[in-house]
Design a protein around this ligand. Structure first.
Ligand SMILES: C/C=C/C(=O)SCCNC(=O)CCNC(=O)[C@H](O)C(C)(C)COP(=O)(O)OP(=O)(O)OC[C@H]1O[C@@H](n2cnc3c(N)ncnc32)[C@H](O)[C@@H]1OP(=O)(O)O
Length: 257
């Protein structure tokens, strides 16, 4: 089943995520992102990429329904490592990737968006890492990428409260580059991707490689620790309670076990 499609417009590739109802990032969809990027990397006609979501949201995060198929924390840690690897490929991709975010980019959806080089948002979009609401923590490098963008204090507030930022506030905090009324977002994002695609692919690749040096060895150690702790919290009773509460559409009752 293909949840991603792409079309070429000039020297840009426009990727659409289409997995109703919420573009939740299933294991399969995350693999598809990696595979499609491998394909696009070889396509010399494509010099810049735009990724956006079909339907109501950019992406509401990892597929919480699939979490119930996972038996133990170790498997959950592997799920995190796999997502981290694909999103690292996104951030290291030799051609610029813009995320156009409407509706919501939550959890893994925001982690995907944060691994893109540029984020354009609709003013009313919701951007957040609400995993603690599920008794979990982010697992696709969100604990490391969010503070790089918004600072540690704001990242702590967003993690601890699970409250998302509006698109407007995401720009204020440096999480997004620019905000537009939702009906203009795609058009504005397409204008930007075409502007970037007109640049030298050699210079773009060099600029991306240089931007990666802002990631210190601590970033990679933090990402490794995140995957470990992602599995650890999954094994707690609170982790099960949070996931069940979401699926049963009720508030979780966390006991600290
Ligand atoms: C390592 C990474 C970890 C993670 O990413 S963990 C996941 C983090 N994400 C979240 O916790 C977000 C969860 N979703 C929500 O908070 C809400 O949803 C929204 C704010 C996105 C939308 O709310 P509303 O407009 O009231 O719609 P609705 O009825 O809640 O959702 C529509 C349908 O979409 C499904 N859905 C939403 N998010 C997810 C998801 N992350 N995984 C799987 N399904 C999801 C729902 O269940 C429902 O489906 P149905 O109509 O069949 O009841």
């Amino acid at each position: 089943m293909a949840y991603l499609s792409h079309i070429k417009e000039g020297n840009a590739a426009i990727i659409t995520i289409n997995r109703p109802p919420a573009n939740a990032l299933s294991f399969e969809l995350i693999q598809e992102i990696g595979n499609l990027l491998d394909q696009i990397e070889q396509d010399t006609e494509v010099r810049a990429i735009l990724i956006h979501g079909e339907g109501r949201f950019f992406s509401a995060g990892a597929d919480i329904k699939e979490f119930t198929e996972i038996d133990n924390g170790e498997e959950f840690s592997r799920l995190a490592e796999n997502g981290q690897d694909v999103f690292e490929k996104v951030e290291n991709f030799p051609k610029p990737i813009i995320a156009a975010i409407h509706g919501a980019a939550l959890g893994g959806g925001l982690e995907l968006a944060m691994s893109c080089h540029i984020r354009l948002v609709s003013e009313n979009a919701k951007l957040g890492l609400p995993e603690l609401q599920l008794g979990l923590i982010p697992g696709f490098a969100g604990t490391q990428r969010l503070p790089r963008l918004v600072g540690t204090a704001k990242a702590a507030e967003m993690l601890f409260t699970s409250d998302p930022l509006s698109g407007h506030d995401a720009v204020k905090w440096g999480l997004a580059n620019q905000a537009f009324p939702e009906e203009q977002l795609l058009e504005k994002a397409k204008e930007m991707v075409q502007k970037i695609a007109a640049k030298s692919p050699i210079a773009l690749k060099a600029a991306i490689e240089l931007l990666q040096f802002s990631k210190t060895p601590h970033f990679y150690e933090g990402v490794r620790q995140e995957a470990k702790k992602f599995g650890f919290v999954f094994d707690s009773e609170d982790g099960k309670e949070g996931i069940n509460a979401f699926l049963e559409k009720r508030k979780p009752n966390f006991t600290g076990k």
